[in-house]
Each structure stands twice: as C-alpha cells, then as structure tokens.
Design a protein around this ligand. Structure first.
Ligand SMILES: Cc1cc2nc3c(=O)[nH]c(=O)nc-3n(C[C@H](O)[C@H](O)[C@H](O)COP(=O)(O)O)c2cc1C
Length: 228
C-alpha cells in the first residue's frame, strides 16, 4: 500500500508527534511492507485558497501554480493519508490547514445529501483513500483539548477514518522519559499492526494510547519546573 504522511509539524523529523507516527507505520510495515513517503508541509509552497471556487467549476484546475499540484496528484495515487500534526490552538497548524483547504479541487460545486448532511460531489475519484489522523499535544489532558480537531477530521473524511490522539507529547523528545514513552510507542506500533491487519484500531487501544503517560499533575509540575 502507498502511504503518504502529511507532517504538519514545523519541526519536521524532530516533531514530537512524528515519534508516534513512525511507531504506527512501523507496526503497519511489520504486517506487510508499504511504500511510505513523508511530506514536511512547512517546506512546501502552498498559497492560501482565495475562495474563488474556480477549481470546483472548471474540472479541478486551481488558479495557483504552486506545490499543491504535485501534492494533489500524490494524494490521489496514495492508498492511505496519515495526517500527522501537533495540536495548535485546538486545531491543526496553519500550513497543514492551508493544504487541507487546497484539496478543494477534488470536489465539484454540486452537493448531495448523505444521511442527514450534505457533501460536495467529487470531481476526482478518491473513494479508495483511507485516512488516519495522528495528533500530539502539549497539555496532559485529552478531554477538553482534542475535540475540535477530531470533529473536523470526521466531517472532512466521513468514511474510513481513524483518529489517534496523544497528550504529553513533548515527552517523546525527552530521553529521560523513555521509561514511559517506550511502552506507549510499543502500544502505538501494535495499533499500527492491528490497523494493517483489520483496517481499524480497537476503541480500547485508542483510549489507552490517548491517556496520559504520567499523572496530569506530575506532568504539569515538571513543565512548570522548567519554566520557573
Ligand atoms: C502555536 C501553538 C499552539 C498550541 N496549542 C496547543 C493546544 O491547543 N493544546 C495543547 O495541548 N497543546 C498545544 N500546543 C503544544 C503542542 O501541541 C506540543 O508542543 C506538541 O508536542 C508539539 O508537537 P510537534 O513536536 O509534533 O510539533 C501548542 C503549541 C504551539 C506552538
């Protein structure tokens, strides 16, 4: 399978979140080898969508001539998109949001009702695509933190989506935290294998991966100790 990782962290390979993403993909590769390509979105020239809707009316041709043309092609050639990003103000970092907005050429202006909501009719065939969101964050709590990002992902990709959220993510870049991060990454790897085998990750596993690695108060105390 062709996996395209859209890395939304401006820290590129040093991203806390990418530790989680690499573990997930390692688990998938353990089951069957995949072709994996990572795009560090920060390095791409992606103009903001102007909202002109030209792309939706003319068969998908955007007014901008930038890196998004190649990215859209690569998206359509992929089987799985992994949206790997740190939570920024309860959503995705701006460069990745700019990329998401610029996927508009894949849809036409026409809309149709699916269940009790409306969706745009595709003007490219992306029905084969599956979507995984892997999101790290700096606070120790999962509740009252990831909800907006998760809901945005579900709305944008109503089918074939899997969401993995992990609090206390800066610990993945702290070697002294290995005693708790290594078991968590081992669990994420197991989730990746499970996903490759079955196309989903169990609710229990997603919940366990999304729980704090150390007690919230202890984490806050450590962080506060480094700023005082
Ligand atoms: C602009 C900005 C906004 C942030 N907003 C949140 C937030 O809403 N919730 C949170 O828990 N962490 C927030 N964080 C912390 C990051 O999610 C955290 O540092 C994360 O581990 C960075 O991951 P990365 O290394 O993959 O970029 C924010 C960080 C920045 C720089």
């Amino acid at each position: 399978m062709k996996i395209l990782i859209l890395n939304g962290s401006p820290k590129r390979d040093q991203s806390d979140t990418m530790h989680i993403t690499r573990a997930f993909v390692d688990g998938m590769n353990e089951y069957a080898e995949n072709e994996v390509h990572t795009i560090h979105v920060i390095d791409k020239r992606i103009e903001y969508c102007t909202g002109c809707f030209a792309c939706m009316r003319n068969g998908g041709d955007c007014i901008h001539h930038d890196d998004m043309r190649d990215i859209l092609e690569e998206i359509l050639e992929s089987d799985l998109l992994i949206w790997s990003y740190p939570l920024y103000c309860y959503g995705m970092p701006a460069p990745l949001k700019a990329l998401l907005d610029r996927t508009l050429p894949l849809s036409s202006m026409a809309m149709h009702k699916v269940g009790d909501r409306y969706e745009h009719v595709g003007q490219a065939d992306f029905s084969h695509l599956k979507y995984v969101m892997i999101c790290g964050c700096g606070f120790p709590n999962s509740k009252h933190n990831f909800e907006a990002a998760v809901l945005q992902f579900v709305r944008c990709f109503p089918n074939e989506h899997t969401m993995i959220t992990v609090p206390e993510s800066p610990m993945f870049n702290a070697p002294e935290a290995a005693v708790v991060t290594e078991p968590r990454l081992a669990l994420v790897k197991k989730a990746g294998r499970q996903y490759a085998e079955s196309g989903t990750v169990s609710e229990e596993m997603i919940k366990e991966i999304g729980s704090p690695m150390i007690p919230e108060e202890q984490y806050a105390q450590i962080v506060n100790g480094t700023v005082n």
